[in-house]
Design a protein around this ligand. Structure first.
Ligand SMILES: Nc1ncnc2c1ncn2[C@@H]1O[C@H](COP(=O)(O)OP(=O)(O)OP(=O)(O)O)[C@@H](O)[C@H]1O
Ligand SMILES: [Mg+2]
Length: 306
């Protein structure tokens, strides 16, 4: 049962691929850690996008997490990937989880209980203020274990119909997890890769998401993540967080001017000129997430008293 003071675990999920799950995990983790709060990123995806690409971690291919899920082996994070930011890497070793789940009736292996236990032990020892769990597309058995363990859920989506159907599918899985005893709480849905100027379209999608969430007790997020493909390429290929990219773009600009003055050769340049708008979006999203988590915790405490 979830208690106040138990780890603040936030699962980012949508069974549809390419809707910004990993990008949001990396960016929010980077923001919270840069503000001086201890964060753990759990990369529960075979693709290892958030650990290997976004954060540039040379990991164990998901073996540690896979062993924790199957045998409750203690989780050992890679520490200080950035100041205040630790990572449990993902990777292909997580592929075994699906077959383990399929035979759990015979083996008695309980992925959810193992993850609950090992994550709680790690959080107790390390005192993380926030744990962000990235999940892969599909991979239903692992997703169910994560939905059973995490305390909060954030669902990113693009505004196309396929991504919105992904939200609907996930909403059903979420309700099933709650029916089987999970205390996970939906924080909301966040729009990813949107055009901030398409206000009429965005309002329409906002309403659509609102309808999808009816009865769940959650609202769509006011904050959104704008479309910025140049920045997205730089973030991933250079393993930078959005705040780091803003700094890199500023120094790139300065050195470009210097090279022009010296008539030197143009070096390897960033694609993005000004990623500050995107960084600003992630800042607003991080603030809204932390506010919603704090509100949920207050309600929980209030509910316990009243
Ligand atoms: N602000 C942005 N605007 C446009 N594209 C972006 C933006 N941020 C990231 N992307 C790109 O969108 C794609 C999907 O992002 P991401 O990998 O975060 O999604 P995902 O939901 O984690 O995908 P998967 O389901 O494969 O794990 C990536 O190619 C990424 O580089
Ligand atoms: Mg991903």
């Amino acid at each position: 049962m979830t208690q106040p003071g138990s780890p603040r675990t936030l699962l980012i999920a949508n069974q549809k691929g390419g809707v910004g799950k990993s990008s949001i995990v990396a960016a929010v983790a980077g923001m919270v850690a840069a503000a001086g709060r201890r964060v753990l990123v759990v990369d529960a995806d075979q693709q290892a996008n958030v650990s290997a690409s976004d954060l540039g971690v040379d990991g164990d291919g998901g073996r540690g997490l896979s062993m924790a899920l199957q045998f409750a082996h203690a989780l050992e994070p890679i520490r200080n990937v950035r100041p205040n930011l630790d990572v449990i890497p993902g990777g292909p070793a997580l592929a075994v989880v699906a077959s383990v789940a399929a035979t759990s009736g015979q083996t008695g292996i309980d992925l959810r209980a193992n993850l609950d236990q090992t994550l709680a032990q790690l959080c107790e020892a390390e005192r993380y203020e926030l744990v962000l769990i990235d999940s892969g597309p599909g991979d239903a058995p692992l997703l169910d274990a994560l939905l059973g363990t995490a305390r909060y859920l954030l669902v990113p989506t693009r505004d196309d119909d396929a991504s919105l159907s992904g939200v609907e599918l996930l909403a059903l899985r979420y309700l099933r997890a709650r029916q089987s005893g999970s205390t996970i709480q939906l924080l909301g849905v966040v729009l990813f890769d949107t055009n901030p100027r398409a206000t009429a379209r965005n309002r329409e999608v906002f309403e659509q998401v609102n309808d999808l969430l009816e009865g769940s007790g959650a609202d769509p997020f006011e904050a959104f993540v704008r479309s910025d493909r140049a920045a997205a390429v730089d973030l991933r290929t250079r393993h930078l967080t959005p705040l780091e990219l803003v700094e890199a773009a500023e120094s790139d600009q300065k050195s470009r001017l210097q090279r022009l003055r010296q008539k030197g050769k143009a070096g390897e340049r960033l694609w993005s000129r000004d990623p500050s708008g995107l960084a600003h979006d992630y800042q607003a999203l991080t603030r809204e997430i932390l506010t919603r988590v704090a509100d949920a915790e207050r309600e929980h405490v209030g509910g316990g008293v009243g």
